[in-house]
Design a protein around this ligand. Structure first.
Ligand code: ATP
Ligand code: MG
Length: 491
């Protein structure tokens, strides 16, 4: 049955197993035979590939699923969500000579994009014998506005050592009809789409239009988000590289802060809605005194506010480092800059206000006004330096697995999926499910507690109360203002 998220194949539930009976859901991805039931199948050429000859079990079983919740107790064994396990299948739906694959990258830069491109090309070429692979130039609009780039192992050989994407990327410009026209006209039958939430929404629209037209075309997504904010998958590629590179910025801020009296280093890291990079960079570095993330709204005033904490830390240590995720404190800033908060980019994403600059200004003013002393503040925003570096070793290996999962899935006829690890096993996840919800740092989880206990920063639990106090104060101010005005009125 077609569920809200892809296909829930209830026939896979084993009626004899108690696990099935106690509410497991097998959330499957669409398959090309859902709309083209009579397609011919072919044996997977991997079986004859000498590199894989020592592999004991070549192929993933068709009823292998991966449990989302791995920690279970006796009462819920086997219940919960399950996703189809990724990997090569013994039967495939495309002959090598017939495949015409294309790859497109959209959205912001992220370390590892080139590695994914390289591995899709090399694995299609060497594992499946595919010879026609094209790159779409400059994101979605490249489908209809530009020529394609011919890709082969020679062209992509060194690209994993470079940051960015050799294909170029863009925001906006998604036109489903024109894109599917272009896919149809060029005879493309495998579409690999690498991008974030917006890109995947676009991929879903392309996949649906392909079904409507009854084309033999599969769409496979590879999730890209440097912020690590895709729910379900364990981690996104580029995240480890970003945390690693962030250490250099934090270190620089620390060296600067340590070298002067009242030295404060402020580092702004990526994280529009999820503070994972800031949290992991802080946990890894040990030089950070305070980490601000969007999930924990902070306030400045009061005993347990940020000003007081900075003041105390400077008294104790003479210097301090603050890491602030780009999406933090947006409500606080919006109060002072209300006209700017509705700006958005070409894809319709809301543009954020610069919390780093704002915070620096506030801290400097506060120290001069309240403590009658100045602080030496150094602000570092390494965002574009981090996004542009090539991926580190662990991300390169991860990108390879993602690319392989995607091509095995596409060759086996799965589509409308995005590939990613769930509990360390690569899976095919229905696109709509993958982008349905953003992942946020769970502040009632042990990881955030570890951070608090390593920085000893305020936990800002009083936030709601502070907001209420401020609201009451504002009301009082405006009322007294009103009375004053009244008193000035003649008569
Ligand atoms: P990131 O936010 O991590 O940089 P993203 O994929 O979310 O990556 P966006 O700029 O939001 O980046 O979107 C990338 C592409 O997807 C753009 O070309 C945009 O037109 C298209 N897109 C975004 N949202 C949608 C949508 N709801 N439907 C169709 N296409 C979309
Ligand atoms: Mg996005």
């Amino acid at each position: 049955a077609a569920g809200k998220w892809g296909v829930v194949r209830s026939e896979l539930l084993n009626p004899k197993s108690e696990a099935g009976a106690c509410g497991s859901t097998f959330e499957d991805v669409p398959h090309i035979t859902d709309w083209l039931p009579d397609l011919e199948t072919f044996p997977n050429p991997l079986k004859f590939n000498p590199a894989y000859s020592a592999v004991k079990k070549y192929f993933v079983d068709d009823d292998d699923f991966v449990a989302k919740d791995i920690v279970v107790n006796m009462e819920n064994v086997g219940s919960g969500l399950h996703f189809r396990r990724a990997g090569p299948r013994d039967k495939i739906y495309f002959r090598a000579e017939e495949v015409k694959a294309c790859i497109v990258t959209c959205g912001g830069l992220c370390p590892g994009l080139n590695t994914v491109i390289r591995e899709i090309v090399c694995a299609l070429w060497y594992q499946y014998g595919v010879r026609e692979i094209y790159g779409i130039d400059g994101g979605y609009r490249g489908f209809y506005a530009r020529n394609t780039i011919t890709l082969n192992p020679k062209v992509v050989n060194d690209i994993h050592k470079r940051g960015g994407t050799i294909l170029g990327t863009s925001r906006g410009g998604h036109d489903t009809m024109k894109i599917v026209d272009s896919i149809e006209n060029r005879g493309i039958n495998q579409v690999y789409i690498i991008g974030g939430d917006g890109t995947h929404k676009g991929a879903e629209a392309i996949h649906e239009e392909i079904i409507k037209r009854g084309l033999k075309v599969v769409v496979a997504g590879i999730p890209k988000t440097i912020d690590n904010d895709i729910d379900i998958i364990d981690k996104s590629f580029g995240f480890d590289t970003a945390v690693e590179e962030a250490q250099r910025a934090i270190n620089a801020a620390h060296v600067e802060a340590e070298s002067t009296h009242n030295g404060v280093g402020v580092v702004k890291l990526m994280g529009r809605y999820s503070g994972y990079i800031a949290m992991y960079a802080t946990l890894a570095s040990r030089d950070v005194d305070c980490c601000l993330i969007p999930e924990v709204p902070f306030f400045l005033e009061g005993e347990d506010g940020l000003y007081e904490f900075v003041y105390r830390r400077l008294r104790e240590n003479g210097h301090m480092v603050v890491v602030v995720a780009e999406g933090s404190g947006q409500e606080l800033i919006a109060e002072s800059l209300s006209s700017l908060d509705k700006m958005s980019d070409a894809s319709g994403n809301r543009l954020l206000l610069d919390v780093g600059l704002w915070l620096c200004q506030r801290l400097k003013e506060h120290f001069l006004k309240v403590h009658k002393e100045s602080i030496t503040l150094k602000y570092i925003d390494p965002t574009y330096m981090i996004r542009a570096v090539p991926s580190i070793a662990s991300d390169n290996v991860y990108c390879t697995l993602l690319a392989h999962s995607a091509i095995h899935g596409a060759m086996a006829g799965f589509c409308g999926f995005t590939a990613g690890p769930v509990n360390n096993r690569h899976c095919y996840i229905p696109i709509s499910r993958a982008v349905e919800k953003q992942r946020h740092v769970n502040t009632s989880d042990r990881m955030w507690a570890r951070l608090l206990s390593s920085t000893h920063q305020p936990n800002f639990l009083r936030y709601e109360k502070v907001l209420e106090e401020q609201r009451v104060q504002r009301e009082k101010d405006s009322n007294s203002h009103g009375v004053d005005l009244d008193q000035q009125l003649p008569g």
